[in-house]
Design a binder for this molecule. Structure first.
Ligand code: FES
Length: 369
C-alpha cells in the first residue's frame, strides 16, 4: 500500500487515525479499491473512506483531490461519478497530458493506495427527485455528474421519465457505454451522438446542435434539464431549452469555471462574513496559524492564501476563487472580508469557517491551521 499524498498543509490526525466522525469539510483519506478503464484515456477509480465513516454527498457534487507532485501541493476538482444510492465512491477521470493530477492518478494510482480529498462541494445536484421527467444533456467528461443523477433517479424507483443525450467524439470515447445501453433497455430515452467518427453501421458523425437536440427531445421544455459540457455545448443546450419555452429555473448547468474574474462571475455570491472595522487598503495585519506556530503579515489588500504563499506556507487550495471549498479553514480570532462563489455554506460561516483564498483581513487573524 502506498500513500500517494501526504496530509498537505495540515497537522493532526487524518484517515485511519481519526477517532471521531469527521467534521463537514474535513480532509478525508480514501483507499483505492478498484480501477477500471471506461473509455479511451478515461478511468474510473473506486474508493472507500479509510476512517470507516460514511462519505455523504449528493449526486452531481465534486471533491478536490489533494496531491503532492514533484514537491508541489496541488488540488484539483473531480466530480464524484458514483451515486449515493449505491455503495462506494468513484471518480471517473480523463487523462489530460497537461493535467498534473489526472496524469498522476492515471499513471501512479494502484489498488490499495490512499489519497486525500476535500468535499463534497457543488450545487449542480438534483435537489429532489420529485420532477416527473428529466433531460440529461452532456458532452465528453460532462457525463459524470449527470450519470450519477440518472442512476439516483432510477434507484429511487419512482419511474421518472429520463431522456439522456450524450455527445462524444468517437465510439472509443463513449464513457459508460454499457450502462447507457442498459439504461436504454430499461426504458430511458437514450441517444449518443458521435461527432467525429461513427460506430460501424451507425449514423454519420454530426455535431449536436439546438435543432437536433429538440428533435431528439421534443418535450424538452417540460423536463427538469441538466446540462454539463464545454462552454459552447452548454450555451447551445441552454439556448435550445429557452427557444423551446423551458422555464429558466428548470435549466441547471455545471458552472464550475476557474480563471475568470471572481468578483464579476455570474452567480457569484458576495459574503461580508465577519467584517469588523473599516479597513485601510494599506494596512497590514498579522495572521497566526495556531497549529503550525507561524505568524505572518497579510496586507489588507491581499488574500490570506496569497500572503501565506508568499511567506512560504503551503495551504490546501485548488480553484483559488472561492468555488471549490478546498482551502476551508476555521477562523478562531479576528475578521475577514470574504467574497466566495458558493464554496462555503452559510452554516459553515456561522460556525467560524472561512475560505483563505477569497478572504482579506480586516483585523489581526488567528487561524486553526
Ligand atoms: S481554493 Fe477553492 S475555495 Fe479556496
Amino acid at each position: 500500500m502506498t500513500t500517494l499524498t501526504g496530509p498537505i498543509g495540515l497537522a493532526g490526525p487524518l484517515g485511519a487515525e481519526t477517532a471521531s466522525p469527521p467534521e463537514p469539510g474535513a480532509v478525508r483519506r480514501l483507499t483505492c479499491t478498484g480501477i477500471e478503464q471506461v473509455a479511451r484515456a478515461v478511468k474510473t477509480f473506486r474508493f472507500a473512506p479509510c476512517d470507516g465513516y460514511d462519505f455523504d454527498y449528493e449526486a452531481g457534487q465534486y471533491v478536490t483531490v489533494l496531491a503532492r507532485i514533484d514537491g508541489r501541493d496541488i488540488g484539483r476538482c473531480f466530480t464524484l461519478s458514483s451515486t449515493p444510492s449505491r455503495p462506494g465512491l468513484a471518480l471517473t477521470v480523463k487523462r489530460k497530458p497537461a493535467g498534473a493530477v489526472s496524469t498522476w492518478l492515471h499513471d501512479r494510482m494502484r489498488v490499495g493506495d490512499e489519497i486525500d480529498v476535500v468535499g463534497p462541494v457543488g450545487y449542480f445536484t438534483l435537489a429532489s427527485d420529485s420532477a416527473a421527467s428529466y433531460a440529461f444533456i452532456a458532452a465528453g467528461s460532462g457525463i459524470t455528474p449527470v450519470m450519477s443523477m440518472a442512476r439516483r433517479l432510477i434507484d429511487a424507483g419512482k419511474g421518472a421519465d429520463i431522456a439522456f443525450v450524450y455527445s462524444a467524439a468517437t465510439p472509443d470515447d463513449v464513457i459508460f457505454d454499457a450502462e447507457l445501453d442498459a439504461m436504454a433497455a430499461s426504458g430511458a430515452h437514450v441517444r449518443t451522438i458521435l461527432t467525429r467518427r461513427a460506430a460501424p453501421g451507425g449514423p454519420a458523425p454530426a455535431r449536436l446542435n439546438a435543432g437536433r437536440l429538440l428533435a431528439l427531445v421534443p418535450d424538452l421544455a417540460v423536463r427538469e434539464i441538466f446540462v454539463c459540457g464545454p462552454e459552447g455545448f452548454r450555451s447551445m443546450a441552454v439556448d435550445a431549452a429557452s427557444a423551446a419555452g423551458a422555464d429558466s429555473g428548470r435549466v441547471h448547468t455545471e458552472s464550475f469555471v476557474i480563471g475568470g474574474d471572481a468578483d464579476a462571475a455570474p452567480g457569484g455570491i458576495s459574503d461580508p462574513g465577519g467584517v469588523s472595522a473599516a479597513s485601510s487598503a494599506t494596512a497590514t495585519f498579522t495572521v497566526t496559524f495556531q497549529r503550525r506556530g507561524r505568524v505572518i503579515d497579510c496586507p489588507a489588500d491581499s488574500t490570506v492564501l496569497e500572503a501565506a504563499g508568499k511567506a512560504g506556507l503551503s495551504l490546501p487550495s485548488s480553484c483559488t476563487e472561492g468555488i471549490c471549498g478546498t482551502c476551508k479553514s476555521t477562523l478562531t480570532g479576528g475578521a475577514v472580508d470574504m467574497h466566495h462563489q458558493g464554496g462555503i455554506t452559510p452554516a459553515e460561516i456561522d460556525a467560524g469557517r472561512f475560505l483563505p483564498c477569497c478572504s482579506k483581513p480586516t483585523d489581526d487573524l488567528v487561524v486553526d491551521a
